[in-house]
Design a protein around this ligand. Structure first.
Ligand code: ZN
Length: 174
């Protein structure tokens, strides 16, 4: 299995646009590495990729990793995404990927995360065809789909584990 760390920073990244702390200053000055917001890309064959969360930095993260570059004339080796939560840090990249193409994504999350995302205008288009947004079973493995680009349940086994937490600030931190 190939795992690529696309980003490793918390929400906002380093430097964060409104932060003047020591770490952000060092990153601005080129004395410390800049870091984009946390996300992983996972593949089995190097051809089909699953994103674990999709941060608002996704466009730069794709450009920085050649295996995620589009195939001509349009297309993407990204077949699916798995969201751990509905925080903007982890789901906001969908708004960046809104341009239509011949591709479709298989998205997976808990039913609550899906419901929160569907209520947002920027994310709702990803819950309808040609995409599919599937509920992750919390007591078993994700089943396969018929999508050729989707590696979950086919080449890769995914099992979700429920952990405590609240919904994002834009959803009222329920
Ligand atoms: Zn800072």
């Amino acid at each position: 299995m190939i795992v690529r760390v696309l980003g490793s920073a918390a929400g906002g990244g380093v430097p964060q646009w409104n932060c003047g702390c020591y770490n952000c200053g060092e990153a601005r000055g080129g004395r410390a590495p800049r870091r984009t917001q946390s996300s992983l890309a996972v593949s089995v064959d190097g051809e089909r990729w699953l994103l674990l969360n999709c941060s608002p930095d996704i466009a730069a993260q794709i450009e920085a990793f050649v295996p995620l570059h589009p195939r001509p004339p349009r297309g993407t080796p990204i077949g699916g995404m798995l969201f751990t939560d509905a925080n903007i840090d982890h789901i906001g990249g969908l708004a960046v990927l809104r341009q239509r193409g011949p591709h479709s994504f298989v998205l997976r999350s808990s039913s609550l995360v899906r419901a929160i995302a569907k209520a947002q205008t920027a994310f709702a288009p990803f819950a309808v065809a040609p995409h599919s947004w599937l509920e992750v079973p919390l007591s078993g493995f994700c089943p396969p789909t018929a999508e050729a680009n989707d590696i979950v349940g086919d080449a890769l086994s995914v099992r979700a584990i429920s952990v405590p937490g609240t919904t994002p600030g834009y959803d009222g931190r329920r």
